[in-house]
Design a protein around this ligand. Structure first.
Ligand SMILES: Nc1ncnc2c1ncn2[C@@H]1O[C@H](COP(=O)(O)OP(=O)(O)OP(=O)(O)O)[C@@H](O)[C@H]1O
Ligand SMILES: [Mg+2]
Length: 303
């Protein structure tokens, strides 16, 4: 996930990867191959690109939009039609309903799905996604994120994903690249970025100064301690994807001393107690330069 303020160079970085821009220096490799060893069209065939606001061609039907790259690759018509239907299924749009429509006859979220289907058409090993879910409501966004994650679990593409949204970055990232003014300022796992931001810029960007925010970004599975003793009947259970904020809520609600983290088959994996939550909520040793305290200057109580 590439994270950073407007104008820091996220889109530029994506365009360097598929050679819409050429670097003045440095080397870029994709799957271990220097991208300059391949002709640009061959390279782009291996790299799907989802641009902001879906970028569908308005005068082309959904099937034609999705079939653009296969058509360029001169696949025969039957193979393209099969592939289009397969991709529509994959992104959750029933082909019979959607393949003949035009982009204007789709909602924003549906258009984003088609954009993703189009990028996946020729089975790329790498996906570049530039704020693909920026323009949809929160519920649709979560659904699209889940779908992307399922697709990724199945096909294991390398995904470079640009976002402004720290929650999205943490939910989807293996690693986060924080950029500022054309430079990478931190490259680390979500956990490290939130717990050990390298400076106040990163800390502000990810909201690391807000305790509940920090707790909402760390999953229980990242900090659990091995199970000691039998699990009591009143001890709350949480799935491993739950956040420390959920764990804190569960502790306060149940009055128990610890929550039990369980796997998909409800087997206990370990526990999280208040001490663990407290340590995670406290700034870690590495720390970062303190920000001046900002008071609440609005009119309290007004709506
Ligand atoms: N083709 C171009 N020629 C010259 N400068 C450009 C070009 N494209 C972008 N820039 C500049 O490069 C900088 C980085 O732009 P870029 O589009 O990569 O930002 P970004 O991080 O994607 O921002 P946003 O979040 O707003 O999309 C900006 O200052 C922009 O004005
Ligand atoms: Mg951009």
């Amino acid at each position: 996930m590439l994270l950073g303020p407007s104008g820091c160079g996220k889109t530029t970085l994506l365009k360097l990867v598929n050679r819409l821009y050429e670097p003045t220096r440095g080397r870029i490799t994709v799957d271990g191959t220097d991208i300059h060893a391949l002709p640009a069209p061959a390279l782009r065939r291996r790299i799907g690109y989802v641009i902001q606001q879906s970028g569908l061609f308005p005068h082309m039907r959904i099937s034609e939009n999705i079939g653009i790259v296969p058509t360029l690759l001169k696949w025969d018509k039957a193979r393209i039609a099969t592939r289009v239907d397969e991709l529509l299924d994959l992104v959750g749009l029933p082909p019979a309903d959607y393949r003949r429509r035009y982009p204007a006859q789709l909602s924003g979220g549906e258009q984003q799905r088609v954009g993703l289907a189009r990028a996946l058409a020729a089975d790329p090993s790498t996906l570049l996604m530039d704020e693909p879910f920026g323009a949809v409501d929160a519920i649709t966004r979560t659904r699209l994120q889940d779908e992307l994650r399922q697709i990724h679990t199945r096909f294991r593409q390398t995904v470079l994903f640009v976002t402004h949204d720290i929650e999205e970055a943490v939910r989807l990232a293996d690693e986060i690249v924080v950029m500022r003014e054309g430079r990478v300022v931190q490259f680390a796992t979500p956990m490290r970025i939130v717990m050990e931001p390298v400076d106040s810029f990163v800390a502000n960007l990810v909201g690391a100064n807000d305790v509940l925010r920090r707790l909402s970004l760390v999953s229980v599975s990242e900090v659990l301690t091995p199970l000691a003793g039998p699990v009591g009947p009143v001890e709350p259970r949480l799935q491993r994807a739950a956040r420390l904020r959920d764990a804190l809520g569960a502790l306060l609600e149940s009055g128990a001393d610890r929550v039990v983290v369980i796997d998909d088959d409800a087997r206990p994996l370990g526990t999280v107690d208040l001490g663990v939550i407290q340590r995670a909520g406290t700034r870690s040793g590495a720390g970062w330069p303190a920000e001046p305290a900002v008071g609440f200057s609005g009119q309290q109580g007004s709506v």
